[in-house]
Design a protein. Structure first.
Length: 133
């Protein structure tokens, strides 16, 4: 009987700890003072072939709402730049668990560098097929 009370107290403490930590994490996420409202545009599907590996990808480009007009005006050039940037990536790496996340960051950097700007907030690969030729 005493052990069941001890077990009950331990369970209550663990549940309270999980609750407190999850509330703390949630509050931490909402305190971000650099929050930006984003706008996005979908690029046409791209197909690239590098070293016997073919990738078919589609991406969404996210920019701040203030840069939405820039995104629409540069959509074709962004698509061309995305195709060139995609061809520079290690396509085999896209098969790894972190490969897509790494590629998205690298593509963001490459697009911003190509346009000499920092307007591209994120590149999200929304469709992806990688296969050997």
């Amino acid at each position: 009987n005493m052990w069941s009370r001890v077990a009950f107290v331990v369970v209550v403490l663990v549940v309270m700890g999980v609750f407190v930590s999850s509330v703390g994490i949630d509050i931490g996420r909402n305190v971000d003072s650099h929050s930006v409202v984003l706008s996005s545009g979908v690029l046409p599907q791209s197909i690239v072939s590098v070293d016997g590996v073919v990738a078919r990808a589609q991406a969404t480009i996210q920019v701040s709402v203030d840069d939405q007009e820039w995104l629409q005006e540069n959509k074709k050039a962004l698509s061309d730049s995305f195709n060139r940037a995609l061809a520079t990536l290690d396509l085999d790496n896209l098969r790894n668990p972190n490969g897509i996340a790494e590629a998205q960051i690298e593509l963001k950097v490459l697009l911003n560098r190509d346009f000499k700007t920092n307007k591209v907030e994120a590149v999200l690969i929304t469709e992806l097929l990688v296969q050997d030729q």
